[in-house]
Ligand binder design. Sequence first.
Ligand SMILES: Nc1ncnc2c1ncn2[C@@H]1O[C@H](COP(=O)(O)OP(=O)(O)OP(=O)(O)O)[C@@H](O)[C@H]1O
Ligand SMILES: [Mg+2]
Length: 157
Amino acid sequence: MVWNKKLIACSESETITVGEKLGKVLKSSDIVLLTGELGAGKTTFVKGIAMGMGISDAVKSPTFTLAREYGTPTLKLYHLDLYRIEVKDFNVIEDYFDGTGIVAVEWGEGILPYISSSYVRVGLFYLDMTVRMIEIMVCCNGDDCELLRRVKVAFER
Ligand SMILES: Nc1ncnc2c1ncn2[C@@H]1O[C@H](COP(=O)(O)OP(=O)(O)OP(=O)(O)O)[C@@H](O)[C@H]1O
Ligand SMILES: [Mg+2]
């Protein structure tokens, strides 16, 4: 089952605000896949997720590092960027999906065959220099989609 919601963000800070709303309802082991062309705002959105989780660390693009880890041992955010990685071998990043933290993955479509749980997909579309369309999707695996209930609370008010 898939649920989706489309929003318009007219500035970088509006995209952060949308990410923040999502970050507030996420729990350890939730997976967020971010899609969108170069510069669409994926990293910006993850900054919002971190803020919503109450993480104050400065979120930077993990493009050259593959992954960055934020938060505390009890509330972690794993931020991955698979732009330069072929996910033929999921083993390389598997540990981040061990349920100990929220995983936000830029350029992450390649890992879809390896995901068996419900997940959030965030599509960012460039409309103008400062305007983006943001599509939030919840893809449910199994009948009881607890993740969907949380995301709906965040976006259907
Ligand atoms: N509405 C907006 N939402 C997000 N970013 C915006 C917006 N308007 C302008 N920007 C600018 O677009 C850029 C988005 O960069 P960001 O690193 O978040 O993109 P990205 O999708 O992660 O790129 P990459 O594919 O290189 O990782 C930033 O420079 C930001 O200031
Ligand atoms: Mg990025």
